[in-house]
Design a protein around this ligand. Structure first.
Ligand code: AHR
Length: 328
């Protein structure tokens, strides 16, 4: 836990590398906390719903250790109320900085204001909030989910160029109300609306999990005799859906073309085997950048309000080439 120095003083101390020597072993300003000169970060994670999330958690934990940051970690099990509780507990513990990946976009103003009043800076990672008051957080680091949806739509448009028959699409959405579900849906819809042959005949949440992806796909298959394309907002739901497609006697990637988002190892393996046709990458490796930004914020440095993650896309051939070196 750091003593609450002014930003200017702290910045100077960081520059001369004197941070670890500045606090001594005493209590931090009567808080009962040991002042060991280390930054303490409270991180409120969404959950463990997907391979992506597991890789993201690992990245944050490893990066905190590497940066010498004391990390307090909580798993909200995909529930906003759990995340709010965790953030309040970090405020009560007087951590130096809070980072979190909001389960859903709305409903954060009150708790973010509590953090601001307690003078604890907040960094959003991976997912955005829809708060109008952007002073409630220092920066947002993560992907452009609208662009990811657009890339998925662009592949589809290209794949069906020159064809006139109706293309029936089913969509497995991420967690209802989450930024990636909202944005991947709208980005995709924006691109395919230009051609009326593309019809989204069913769209439902699969909560970003494999089990729910399978369950919802089973229902889609029962209700719709002709499905040409599945667009799943993440690999895990796509992988669950593949099980349902196989069980229905159809060939994934052939009878039903499949587009997913993430590019985790399991998804990339299915892509390399032709069971998925295209994956839009979403990188979970946000840990090192997050720790770097946290240090800068606490040193009083100016940082950008938005830090975008660089990402690519994969065809089956590209997946085969990338798999041996894939980290997650
Ligand atoms: O917010 C990122 C999304 O959350 C990932 O695409 C998904 O797999 C995860 O659960």
């Amino acid at each position: 836990m750091l003593k609450k120095w002014s930003a200017a003083v702290l910045s100077g101390l960081l520059v001369v590398g004197a941070l670890s020597a500045c606090g001594g072993e005493g209590d931090d300003a009567g808080s009962g906390k040991k002042d060991d000169g280390k930054i303490t970060m409270g991180f409120a994670q969404v959950g463990a719903e997907s391979g992506w999330r597991t890789a993201n958690t690992k990245s944050v934990q490893e990066a905190a250790t590497a940066a010498g940051i004391d990390l307090k970690f909580s798993d909200a099990q995909q529930k906003q109320e759990n995340q709010i509780k965790a953030i309040r507990s970090y405020i009560a513990q007087k951590v130096d900085i809070i980072a979190f990946s909001p389960v859903v976009e709305s409903g954060w103003d009150t708790v973010l204001k509590e953090a601001k009043d307690a003078k604890i800076p907040v960094i959003l990672t991976d997912r955005a909030v829809d708060s109008k008051d952007t002073s409630l957080y220092k920066t947002f680091i993560g992907s452009d989910f609208v662009l990811e949806g657009k890339k998925a739509g662009e592949w589809l448009v290209k794949e069906y160029t020159g064809k006139t028959d109706t293309v029936n699409i089913v969509e497995l959405q991420g967690t209802t109300g989450s930024a990636p579900a909202n944005d991947r849906k709208s980005g995709f819809a924006d691109v395919i609306k230009a051609d009326p042959k593309f019809k989204v005949i069913a769209s439902q949440t699969g909560d970003f999990t494999r089990a729910k992806g399978k369950e919802v796909m089973e229902a889609f298959l029962k209700a719709n005799p002709k499905i040409d394309v599945l667009y799943a907002h993440n690999d895990d739901m796509g992988l669950g859906a593949i099980e349902a497609i196989v069980a229905a006697g159809k060939k994934p990637g052939v009878d039903i073309k499949i587009i997913t988002v993430d590019a985790v190892k399991d998804g990339m393996t299915a892509l390399s085997e032709g069971k998925i046709n295209y994956i839009v990458e979403c990188s979970p490796l946000l840990g090192p950048q997050l720790m770097d930004l946290a240090k800068k914020v606490l040193a009083g440095e100016t940082i950008p309000q938005r830090v975008l993650t660089e990402e690519t896309t994969f065809t089956p051939e590209q997946a085969k080439a990338a798999l041996p070196n894939r980290k997650y």
